[in-house]
Structures are given as structure tokens and as C-alpha cells.
Design a protein around this ligand. Structure first.
Ligand SMILES: [Zn+2]
Length: 355
């Protein structure tokens, strides 16, 4: 193990931008397909062909295939559990707000999804050091009226066993097909129900960030790389310390944060501008990454070391939707773990080749 590997593995992480469907391990995809009698016609590795995801549409088709294989409460239990243990706690993730996509599981009643995921969360919390809550994503490729219906459904199921673990809503899928302004009514309804709000902005113009903040009432932004194209909006976001939850590997492949060449140019610009950046891994196995690897690529490409990477985690503590006392406890855990994490020199060493 290189020194950078040891550092990124030991650093604590707080995960605010990881999708349940996107975190299903390849072997689990095969098991679920066999269980439900679905012929995939290709191996899981062929399915997770991240080289093809420069086209967002191709990636979303893969997401649809995997989402359609998660059907009953046992399936949701399994994928939530594995995502939090092997895909989370094993990489030092202390806390995650899992992004769910009910529209990505056609025909599955929302209570079935919720029951299975919550059971998986409870078992993962019992078996590892991770804690988790839930975010329900609105599919922006559907109508505003459908979004309102989903928010009503979410609000109606927040009571009962662990239902209050659904802390808020998100907005995902292709931004070009569903600009944020179409979802103002759904987001205002969510606010009235006491739900927190976040939304994706990966490819849209900087003005979309203003829509998220001023019209959707988002307390944080998923991706948001184009904010740096507008100095005035950047200045405002710095002044207000708006959190941006960036995902280096998936966004580099998708050409949102760089040029697909591993430079992560926009993330560097955001950090240099003084924006409050958090780091997560989006759809880890689908993009050939994991929570440690997203830290590793920034360490290698941008020279970030322990204190900068730890700052990403501390930013995520501030940006998460836990209450103040839970945040204080989480912050104390993060700081204690950072203090015993080995740092490495800034100068690249010969053994730190690309993974
Ligand atoms: Zn995402």
C-alpha cells in the first residue's frame, strides 16, 4: 500500500451524494437478475462499462436496468446493507444520507422500497460503525405534477417505524430534460412538510444554482461545477458558504468537472475560489470507484493531502441534515480520526502511480 493509499483509507468520510441504485455491486446485479429470471445478456462488467458514460443517456439506461432488478423488500434490504457496509463503512464512511430514486424502480410501491431500505440501514448500523438517513430523489425527466405526488407520498410515510429517517428530497436524472424551475411547487410543498432540499446541477448554467437556492430552497447543491463560470454567483456562494457535493470520478467521466482526462479542473477552481466543497462517489461501482478512490484521485491529480481532504469531510458534516447535537458528535468523531491519520508529503513520490 502506498502512503497515499494509507492516508485516504484512514480518513473519515461523510457521504451526501451516493445513489442506492448506483451503488449495487456487480455480483449483486447478477444475483438479482437470476432471482427474478431476467436475462441480462451480458456480464456485470460489460453492463458497468464506464467508458461509455460520457453519454449520460447511456449511463441512465444502465441505471434503469439495475433499478428494475430491485423489486421486493428483501432486494432493497440487501442493496442498502451492502452499500453501507462494503461500500461505506469499509472505506471509513461514518455517516451517509442515501439518495433513493423511487421512479427508478417501476411498479414497486413506495412502502416496499422504504421498508426494505430501512431494514438494511438498521442491520448495517448494527453490524458496522456507519449511520445513515435517507433522501428521496425526484426524477426531473418526469412532470412537475408527478414530483408533487411523490413529495406527498414521502410526507405521508414519514411516520411509523423509522419513517422520520427520510430527511429530505433531491432532484436527479438529466438536467437538460428537466430544468429546476419546473419543480418549484414540489420543493415548496416539501418545505411545508418539513423536508430538507438538495438538487443536482451537473451540466446546467450557473443560473440554475440560483434557482436551487432561491426558488427550490436547497441547503446544498449536488455537483454544481458550472458555478465557477459566473464570478458574481461564485462570490455569493462563497459568502453564504453554500455546500457543493462534488463527485470527482463520475463527473470526470461524464465531462462535467473536467475534460475526461483526470484533471478535475472545476473542482480545483471551486476549492481555490473558497467554495465549501464536499466529496462523494455518486454511483461507485458503476463508475469503477469507491469512497476512498474519489479521495485518492484528488490526492494524485491536485496534490491534496490530509488537511484538505479532511476539510471536505468537515464541510460535509456541516452540510448534512443531522440535528445540531448529532452534528457535534459526528464532528468530534471526524476530528479524532483525522488527528491519527498519517499525512504524506505534498511532493509526489515515485511509487504513487495512477491506480
Ligand atoms: Zn448524483
Amino acid at each position: 500500500m502506498t502512503s497515499v493509499d494509507a492516508m485516504v483509507a484512514a480518513l473519515p468520510k461523510v457521504s451526501l451524494h451516493c445513489h442506492l441504485i448506483g451503488s449495487v455491486a456487480p455480483a449483486t446485479v447478477l444475483d438479482l437478475a437470476a432471482k427474478h429470471g431476467v436475462r441480462l445478456g451480458r456480464t456485470a462488467e460489460e453492463l458497468y462499462d464506464h467508458g461509455s458514460y460520457e453519454d449520460l443517456g447511456e449511463f441512465l439506461r444502465v441505471l434503469d436496468v439495475v433499478g428494475s432488478l430491485i423489486r421486493d423488500a428483501d432486494d432493497f434490504h440487501r442493496v442498502a446493507y451492502e452499500s453501507l457496509t462494503d461500500g461505506g463503512a469499509a472505506h471509513g464512511v461514518l455517516y451517509r444520507e442515501i439518495q433513493l430514486s423511487p421512479p427508478g424502480h417501476p411498479g414497486v410501491p413506495y412502502p416496499t422500497l422504504l421498508e426494505g431500505v430501512l431494514a438494511g440501514v438498521r442491520d448495517a448500523e448494527a453490524d458496522s460503525d456507519i449511520r445513515a438517513n435517507l433522501v428521496v430523489g425526484i426524477c426531473r425527466e418526469r412532470s412537475g405534477a408527478e414530483a408533487v405526488d411523490l413529495v406527498e407520498t414521502v410526507a405521508a410515510h414519514r411516520k411509523g417505524t423509522d419513517g422520520e429517517r427520510v430527511l429530505g428530497i433531491g432532484l436527479d436524472y438529466a438536467e437538460v430534460k428537466g430544468p429546476p424551475g419546473l419543480f418549484v411547487e414540489a420543493f415548496r410543498l416539501a418545505a411545508r412538510h418539513g423536508l430538507q432540499r438538495t438538487a443536482h446541477s451537473e451540466s446546467g448554467p450557473p443560473a440554475h444554482v440560483l434557482t436551487l437556492l432561491d426558488e427550490l430552497g436547497c441547503s446544498r447543491v449536488d455537483h454544481g461545477y458550472h458555478v465557477v463560470d459566473d464570478p458574481d454567483i461564485t462570490t455569493r456562494c462563497v459568502a453564504e458558504q453554500v455546500p457543493f457535493v462534488c463527485t470527482p470520478v463520475s463527473s470526470d467521466i461524464g465531462r462535467y468537472s473536467g475534460s475526461g482526462d483526470g484533471t478535475h479542473r472545476r473542482i480545483a477552481e471551486m476549492v481555490d475560489a473558497g467554495l465549501r466543497v464536499c466529496i462523494d462517489s455518486d454511483d461507485p461501482p458503476m463508475f469503477g470507484t469507491d469512497p476512498s478512490h474519489d479521495f485518492r484521485v484528488l490526492a494524485q491529480a491536485l496534490g491534496y493531502r490530509r488537511d484538505q481532504l479532511a476539510a471536505f469531510t468537515l464541510n460535509a458534516v456541516d452540510a448534512c441534515w443531522l440535528d445540531d447535537s448529532e452534528k457535534a458528535a459526528l464532528r468530534a468523531r471526524v476530528e479524532a480520526l483525522v488527528a491519527v491519520t498519517p499525512d504524506v508529503p505534498s511532493a509526489p513520490s515515485p511509487e504513487e502511480g495512477p491506480r
